[in-house]
Design a protein around this ligand. Structure first.
Ligand code: SF4
Length: 237
C-alpha cells in the first residue's frame, strides 16, 4: 500500500526540518508520481512557488468546477506566466454535469447538504480522482488552524478514499506566516484575498468574512461548521 511503514516515525524524522526540505524529500523520492493540488488560495500559491523552484516539472493541477471566480482564472494565468509552468486543469464529466443541472438546477446546492455534496461530487470529487490517477502522493495546502474539521490533520497521512499518501507541508503554518512568505517572495495571489476572502472556492459558495470570524466562515455559510468540507479532505473518507 505504501513504502512507509509508519507515518508517525516519518513525521518525527522531519521534526525541525524546513517546509522546503520536506517538500524536496517527497518530490525527489516520488518524482513523476507526486502532484500538487491547487485551488489558487494563498496556501496553494506558497506551495506552487516552492514546488516550481524545487522541481518545475512537478505536476500541479486544479479543478475547474465551472463556478469559479473570475479572479481565480486570472491568478491561474499569472501563476503559469510567472513560473513558466502549465497547471493541469480538470473539468467535470459532461454527462454527470448535465444530469446535475436536470436534478437540482443552478443553485440546488443551497437546498440541502445532500444536494451540496452531490454538486461537489460531480464538480470536484470525480475530477480529483482523474487528476490523482497514477500518483503516490498528493500535496495540499491544508493548515490545521483553518477550521474545526482540520484540527486532527497531520503532516503526512494515508488518504483512504483516494488510496494514496497525502502530504500537508503547511499543516503547522499560521495565516501570518503564509502572508509573510507571499510578500517576501512576491508570489502572485488571488485578488479576492484583498476583499476579505480568506478561503477561495466556487463563486456561489464563497463569501468574504468579517473581522474576528472563523477563516472558513465564508464557505457554505448556510451550513454548520462540522459539515464544511466538500469531500476532498474528509479524514478516513
Ligand atoms: S462549492 Fe458549491 S458550486 Fe462548488 S462544487 Fe461545491 S456545491 Fe457546487
Amino acid at each position: 500500500m505504501t513504502m512507509y511503514e509508519n507515518f508517525e516515525q516519518l513525521i518525527k524524522n522531519f521534526d525541525g526540518a524546513t517546509t522546503e526540505s520536506v517538500l524536496s524529500y517527497f518530490l525527489k523520492s516520488h518524482k513523476g508520481r507526486i502532484a500538487l493540488a491547487s485551488s489558487f488560495g494563498a496556501e496553494d500559491q506558497v506551495l506552487t512557488d516552492m514546488v516550481a523552484s524545487l522541481d518545475p516539472t512537478t505536476k500541479i493541477f486544479s479543478l475547474d468546477t465551472g463556478r469559479l471566480h473570475e479572479e481565480t482564472y486570472r491568478v491561474m494565468d499569472q501563476t503559469n506566466r510567472k513560473y513558466g509552468i502549465s497547471i493541469d486543469v480538470y473539468a467535470p464529466e459532461r454527462e454527470e454535469l448535465e444530469a446535475l443541472y436536470r436534478q437540482q438546477g443552478s443553485y440546488g446546492f443551497r437546498d440541502s447538504i445532500e444536494n451540496r455534496k452531490a454538486c461537489c461530487h460531480v464538480r470536484k470529487i470525480v475530477p480529483l480522482k482523474r487528476a490523482l490517477k497514477g500518483m503516490d502522493v498528493w500535496i495540499t495546502g491544508l493548515r490545521r488552524s483553518q477550521s474545526p474539521t482540520r484540527e486532527l490533520m497531520r503532516l503526512v497521512e494515508w488518504d483512504e478514499g483516494n488510496n494514496l499518501i497525502k502530504l500537508n507541508p503547511l499543516i503547522e503554518w499560521d495565516e501570518k506566516r503564509v502572508w509573510d512568505y507571499i510578500k517576501e517572495h512576491k508570489v502572485p495571489y488571488n485578488a479576492l484575498h484583498d476583499e476579505g476572502f480568506p478561503s477561495i472556492g466556487c463563486e456561489p459558495c464563497t463569501r468574504a468574512v468579517k473581522e474576528g470570524e472563523d477563516l472558513r466562515a465564508g464557505r457554505w455559510w448556510w451550513e454548520n461548521p462540522e459539515h464544511k468540507e466538500c469531500g476532498l479532505h474528509l479524514r478516513g473518507a
